[in-house]
Design a protein around this ligand. Sequence first.
Ligand code: AMP
Length: 425
Amino acid sequence: MKVESVRGMRDILPEEVPLWQKLEEEIRSLFALYGYKEIRPPLVELAELFSRSVGEATDIVHKEMYVFPDKKGQMLALRPEATASVVRAYIEHGLYAKGDLAKLYYIGPMFRYEKPQKGRQRQFHQYGVEALGSLDPALDAEVIDLAWHLMERVGLSREGLFLRLNSIGCREDRPAYRAALRAHFSGRKEELCPDCQRRLQENPLRILDCKEPQCQGAIAAAPKSLDFLCEKCRAHFEELLAILEDLGLSYELDPRLVRGIDYYTRTVFELCSRELGAQDALLGGGRYDDLVELLGGPPTPGVGFAGGMERLVLVLSQHGLSQDEASELDLFVIPIGEEGKRRAVGILAQLRRRGISADLDYMGRSLRKAMSVAARRARYALLLGPDELSQNSATLKNLVTGVSSTAPLAEFLSNPRSFLGSTGT
Ligand code: AMP
């Protein structure tokens, strides 16, 4: 039987990995520039963590979460997102006790049982930031600025992107807005898909996330959250808009943007690409001022975002950051004959201990074929034939210029860098 990978969970192959690594480096260094520190929560949590925070009525929990009992019958979940885990860790380890803003970031795999399609998988990877401890709209703006900055840093132009922005108010505003939505959708119940009929009872806000064509008419005419904001929430949002304008960051108000997660309050946003089609959100986030308290911590506001690595890779494979064209190795060792092969193994070990990236032809190729492999993979070839071995020397061929030179082996091995020209790969 041929065992294949699980649907929606794909291998990131060696030729793709350099782009992923480069992207991860850019993300880490930029997050550090804004004062965020990495946290690495486990991939498995109690299922309850997500049902309480993300919400029972959300698609993520209701339909997409991988839930399973452990050997003691405790219900566990593969994390579908990381904000809940970060907040759990924040509470569990008393990170709030330091009385300061906690700025945390993560990068890692998430799991959702969704219908796989371009830009949507069942195991996917997210990078994200969480800033816990301040209500200041300047912090919302900083998080949004960071999102824009990241896209610029990886080489995407502002023109190809747009920011969707909304405020969904605080928990005091929610009952009136929910009631207005329920009244609106109850009047158009027959138009709604079966899921939305259920959502109407459980949480009518979730209807606004629905992508079913039959629901779009009722959604387009739905009441807007901005009309239900209290004074404080309105002032918070206005301040945020003013700061974004100061920063020169453009946005499009989207009164129907609520994001498919229950813990959001006030600011919600998505940074989207004009080139991605249906799955256009590169990242999404917002405020979650009640989440820490909801999960058992002291009242602590928070704001953050999460972005999908796969979607960034998709747009970047068309533009921006591209794979390094440089050769992967400094040197490729080509032994000729048995004696050469035995010596090559020892020489290779010494070179690597001196920091030279090197490999050997293990396939017993002819000299011509081995040279063509070397030309593809390395900057230099080191030839060890009978002549070289009898004189304790080696021939070094620069695979870019084609120039060869022979040097005493001991001299070469004592300082290989000096023979290899400029810096290595
Ligand atoms: P969310 O956690 O749903 O707010 O999603 C945040 C970001 O993660 C989205 O904007 C996408 O870029 C990415 N994302 C979410 N779900 C998936 C998925 N199933 N496959 C790939 N990327 C995803």
